[in-house]
Design a protein around this ligand. Sequence first.
Ligand code: AP5
Length: 188
Amino acid sequence: MLNLVLFGPPGSGKGTQSEKIINKYELLHLSTGDILRGELADKTELGIQASKIMASGELVSDEIVIGMIKNKLLANQDAKGYIFDGFPRTVAQAQALDDLLASFNQEITSLISLVVEKNELVQRLLKRGQEMGRADDNLETIENRIAVYEKQTSPVAKYYENQSKYNPVEGMGTVDEIFKRIESVIDK
Ligand code: AP5
C-alpha cells in the first residue's frame, strides 16, 4: 500500500496537491482540517468546540484528532492507500499513527514536505480569506498558525527523517509544476 503524509505549513498547498494525488494514485484523502470543518458544518459538539480553537490558530488536542483518524482507518480498510493531509501535526500524533498503521500491518511509505516561503504562505491565505471567507484566514490567525507550525509541527519532519522517509519538495511555482515534483518522488 502507498501511505503518504503530505506535510507543510498552512497555505503550502497540502489540500490542493492532495486532490491531484488522490486522482492519479487512487488514495483515500484523510484531512483532519476537513473532518473538523465537517463536524462544525454538522453542528456537532466536537465541531463547535474545535471551531474556537481553529479560529485562534492553535491545535485541537492530540486525543481528539487521533480518535478521528482511527475511526476513518477502521471504516476504510478496503482503501488502496491513504494520504494524510494536516496530520500528524505533533510527534505524539506521528507515534500514534505509526502504532495504528502497525496494528493493520501497514506503515507510512513517505512524508512529502512542501517547502514554501513565509511571505508566499501569508499572501495565499489572505487571498483565500478574501475569496472564501475561511474563519482562520485573517492576518492575526495566519501568523499564529505559522508560529504553531514552526514550534509544534516542524519536529514531525525530523521524526520521519529518522526513519529515512522524509522528502522535501519545492512548493513554489504553479500547481502543475509542484505536482510534477511530487509525482517524481512518489514514482521513485
Ligand atoms: P488545516 O485545515 O489542516 O489547515 P492548514 O494546515 O492551516 O492548511 P491550509 O488548508 O490552510 O493550507 P494547505 O497547505 O492545505 O494549502 P491549500 O492547498 O489549502 O487545519 C486547520 C486547523 O484545524 C488547524 O489550525 C488546527 O486548529 C486544526 N487541526 C487540523 N488538523 C489538526 C491536527 N492534526 N491536530 C490538531 N489540530 C488540527 O492552499 C492554500 C491556498 O493557496 C488556496 O487558496 C490554494 O488555492 C492556494 N494555492 C495552493 N497552491 C498554490 C500555488 N502553487 N500557487 C498559488 N496559490 C496556491
